[in-house]
Design a protein around this ligand. Structure first.
Ligand SMILES: [Fe+2]
Length: 420
């Protein structure tokens, strides 16, 4: 599959880190100064936490814990060490505090962390097979992908912030009559989930080991479920998605920076429970993680592709991801991203819900550089999502990458499709 890099390209890692920091700064710059203590999603920390968390996590993970360097500021490092994913607003209240440091202090701390992290990426021993946190350079990749995942989290929290309290990035929106959505046949075959540690440069612990699963034939819709489809469900008594706003009997979409007349051809973003309810209403069901793999990466001749469209590196032609835009596009906007079964929009334009409860693959071991990353969520209450959203970085787009959320969490950029 993806080739192994024997040595690390330090220049590329430093460039990646700086690009991440710049994107973080641009996202924080969208938030009005006085809104930094707000928590538009009560199940998450206020914005101020994330501004400290990103550099603190990188410094703690790479410099302090992997390389054994001395701390910079133990109190701030502890304060900003970890995010939250409580199961309820009540539990979230226990994490509330009012004594966050001044923003200028957090920014100073962040710059100090950045300096040390960049120095380590430039000169420290990042790969050491005898140090668990440095096996295959995992701590370096860990901090780089961690920040990119937070770009997505940060964006969907900013999304819920009042328009009056944030800046605006203007982008053109496209909508048209939704396309016909026929079912496509996917032949029985083997789904390859996870990865062999030797086959990819970096993966999170939940991506290992590789596992092959027999999947019977099934059919899947060519496109994900659209807002237009969902409107029919609402008219039949279905729930209204969290991203919709109702006014005078009409529905609008709450975009990241502006409200829009409901774009009929865009995928609908809903929770896992809502998606499952829709599937049941149509007499179908959500795909399993293995079925998603078959639909996205399998081919009629049995050879797996790296991406739905083939082995070419992801680019803007293949799908809506990597911050090309903030909001979705029509579900048929990227025919070049179609899989071997002519199923479209599988990677990009919103993660896709699966019916699979998030759990370990055989051979799972918590990763040394971030042992809680996955293990804390093997609770039977989180479901696997695959693919990518408009604000998923291209580095995270690999077949083995798995995302997961509570089944009733409604703020994710997650779409779905039905299988039969
Ligand atoms: Fe984090």
């Amino acid at each position: 599959m993806i080739s192994t890099t024997p040595g690390l390209d330090r220049g590329a890692l430093v460039e990646w880190y700086r690009r991440n920091r710049e994107r973080s700064a641009n996202l924080f710059a969208l938030i009005d100064e006085h809104a930094f203590l707000q928590r538009p999603i009560p199940l998450r920390h206020p914005f101020v936490f994330y501004e400290g968390h990103l550099p603190a996590f990188s410094f703690l993970t790479l410099n302090e814990r992997a390389l054994g360097e001395a701390p910079l500021d133990p109190a701030l490092e502890r304060l900003f060490e970890r995010g939250i994913d409580p199961g309820s607003v009540d539990v979230a209240r226990a994490h509330q505090r009012s004594d966050w440091p001044a923003r200028s202090e957090i920014e100073r701390f962040g710059r100090a962390c950045d300096e040390r992290v960049v120095a380590a990426l430039e000169g420290a021993r990042l790969v050491d097979p005898s140090v668990p946190r440095l096996v295959r350079g995992q701590s370096a990749y860990n901090i780089l992908e961690h920040e990119q995942m937070h770009h997505e989290t940060l964006t969907y929290i900013i999304h819920q912030l009042d328009y009056a309290h944030k800046g605006r990035i203007s982008q053109e929106h496209y909508d048209h009559t939704p396309p016909d959505n026929p079912m496509r046949q996917v032949a029985a075959g083997i789904a390859h989930l996870g990865a062999d540690p030797d086959a990819i440069v970096f993966g999170w612990d939940n991506e290992f080991d590789a596992v092959a699963l027999d999947v019977p034939a099934f059919s899947m819709s060519r496109f994900p479920v659209t807002n237009d489809d969902w409107l029919r469900f609402v008219n039949a008594g279905g729930p209204v998605p969290a991203f919709w706003v109702e006014r005078d009997g009409e529905f609008f979409l709450r975009g990241v920076f502006e409200e829009l007349p409901l774009p009929r051809s865009w995928p609908v973003y809903v929770s896992h429970d809502q998606a499952a309810a829709y599937a049941a209403w149509t007499g179908m069901r959500l795909p399993s993680e293995a079925e998603f793999h078959r639909a996205a990466y399998g081919t009629p001749d049995g050879r797996d592709r790296i991406y739905p469209w083939g082995d070419a590196a992801p680019n803007a032609m293949h799908g809506n991801f990597d911050f090309e835009r903030f909001d979705p596009e029509p579900v048929d906007a990227h025919p070049a991203g179609a899989s071997a079964w002519e199923i479209e929009d599988l990677v990009g334009n919103g993660w896709e819900w699966t019916s699979t409860v998030f759990g370990p693959f055989p051979g799972f071991e918590p990763m040394a550089s971030y042992p809680q990353y996955s293990a804390d969520f093997f609770d039977g209450r989180h479901y696997v999502m695959k693919g990518a959203s408009p604000v998923t970085a291209r580095e995270l787009i690999r077949p083995s990458f798995r995302n997961w959320f509570y089944s009733d969490y409604p703020y994710m950029y997650a779409k779905f499709r039905c299988v039969a």
